[in-house]
Each structure stands twice: as C-alpha cells, then as structure tokens.
Design a protein around this ligand. Sequence first.
Ligand SMILES: Nc1nc2c(ncn2[C@@H]2O[C@H](COP(=O)(O)OP(=O)(O)OP(=O)(O)O)[C@@H](O)[C@H]2O)c(=O)[nH]1
Ligand SMILES: [Mg+2]
Length: 288
Amino acid sequence: MDIPKIQWYPGHIAKAEKKLSEVINRVDLVIEVRDARIPLSTGHPHLDKWINNKKHILVINRSDMISPKTITSWNKWFYSKNQYPLWCDAKRGVGINEICQSAKESRFSIDNRRISRGMRIRPIRALTLGFPNVGKSALINRIAKKRVVDSARKAGVTRNLRWIKLESGIDLLDAPGVIPPNLEDQKAALHLALCDDIGEAAYEIESVAIEFIKIISTLNNDKNANISVKQISNRYGVDIKKGFECPSDWINEAASKHTSGDTRRMSHKLLEDYRNQMLGKISLEVPQ
Ligand SMILES: Nc1nc2c(ncn2[C@@H]2O[C@H](COP(=O)(O)OP(=O)(O)OP(=O)(O)O)[C@@H](O)[C@H]2O)c(=O)[nH]1
Ligand SMILES: [Mg+2]
C-alpha cells in the first residue's frame, strides 16, 4: 500500500487506557462495540486481554449503514466461528432490546454465581469497549433511555471514564475509544480513517480518498459490498469507473466540477459523503 503511514494515539486515549487498566478487574461484563462497515478492523487486537474471563457481548453498531444482505452474510461468517453478534443502530434505537436482554441474562448468571459462593448481590459492572466513534456513547444513551453522556460526530468525544447507574441493577461504564498504540495493520488503519474512527490529523486526505476509490473498485464485483456505480457516478457527474482506472484523474475531474479544482476539498467531500451515507450502504469489509 503506497499511502503514507497512518498513526493515531492521542494523549487522552493513552490516559484513558491507563485508567481502564485500573478498573478493568472490577468489571463483570464487557460490551464490545464494533462498526458494521468494518467489523474486522474494529476488532481490537488486545480484546482478549481486556475480557479475560469476564462475560462478553459482541455488538455491531451502525447496522443502518450496510445492507441487510451483508448483515446476513456476516452472521453466517460469525456463527461459523461460534460468535453471535447483536446488530444495532444506536442512532435510531434499533436492536437495543436484544442487547438489554443479553445484559440481563449475564446479570442473572453473575448473581447466581455470587449467591452460590455466599456473596452479597450487587449491581453488575458493564464496560462498553471499542474503537473511537463506533457509537459507544450513543448506545449507552439508548440503553439508559435518555441522554446521559455526550455523543457526537467525531472521534475522541468521550474523554473520561464515567459510570451510569441503571435501574435494572447494571452499572454501565462509558469510556473513550481505545486504539492500539501502534497501528501495525495499515489496511485496518485505512478502514478506520475512512469510517472517521480515527482523527483526520492522522492521515493525508487525498491519499486516503485515492485508496477509497481503489477499495470500491476491488469491492465492485462483490455483491455483499453493495456498491452502486450508478449512484456514485450520478452524484458527481463523473463516471466512477474512470476512477477505477485512475483514481487521481477522477478526483481532478470531480474537483473541477465541484470544488473549483481544489482536490483536497474534493477528497474531503468524497469521504464525508461516504460517511453520511450519500453513496449508499457500502460495506468496506465483506466476509471471505
Ligand atoms: N448512522 C448511525 N450513526 C450512529 C450510530 N451510532 C452512533 N452514531 C453516530 O455516530 C457518532 C459517534 O457516536 P458516539 O456515541 O459519540 O461514539 P463513541 O464510540 O462514543 O465515540 P468516542 O467517545 O469518540 O470514542 C454520533 O454522531 C452518533 O449519532 C448508528 O448506529 N448509526
Ligand atoms: Mg463516547
């Protein structure tokens, strides 16, 4: 891959990881949140260490951003690995009941274990864990049924650890997104950049836009990725298939139509349009 190296590990995340490591032993349940457009790249390489032998619920958020067909094929893929993700759209509140139900089941089994050991029952402690901007805080607000924590459209909104007490006997911990200090997998880093899961300061926008067009070109033959060449071409009045041949020429041509020839602004526009679903429900990763 010829894009400049993508690295992002802001100070607040380093601090948060340190604080997390201090409380992690007191946590009973980890609610892991991933991004449906990139369910593999948003799987944290150190997750097993965080979970240790705690209960674990895998939530794949932003289900509205990929097609139902892609979800079905991901489910087949996950089931074959004995993993059973719960899909949700935390923005609109879809799939939240199933997550609450699963958390309650975890609570019963933790309560029973404490009773069998002669221990007092207390609220269970659940941590929402995942990469920045995947929708952890939005999910907490949905579970709590009111806005209890900040949630907004950029990576790095949650800066501190914050406990939320729920009536259902569950204490939920909102934490900043975590990310490995070293983004060794640069393909995953590119996916994180495209989905706005890492800050823009971490990469050069034109190179990332060029890589985006190359990814679309590769995914174009995969039905699961749900690429609509027509929708993308019509939006900019420039055939995206030309971009498949030479991405930088496509950006130049689109820039001359839309951003007075400014290719940087055009690159930004293309990525923002993708993130705002103006190009359709495109999944950047598909099960292999
Ligand atoms: N389309 C869509 N948008 C979502 C969904 N969940 C969250 N969002 C939006 O994504 C943005 C980021 O959500 P947050 O809840 O702040 O994400 P976070 O994981 O807490 O981010 P950090 O605190 O930065 O780690 C917000 O603008 C949400 O409205 C979803 O399921 N679908
Ligand atoms: Mg947050």
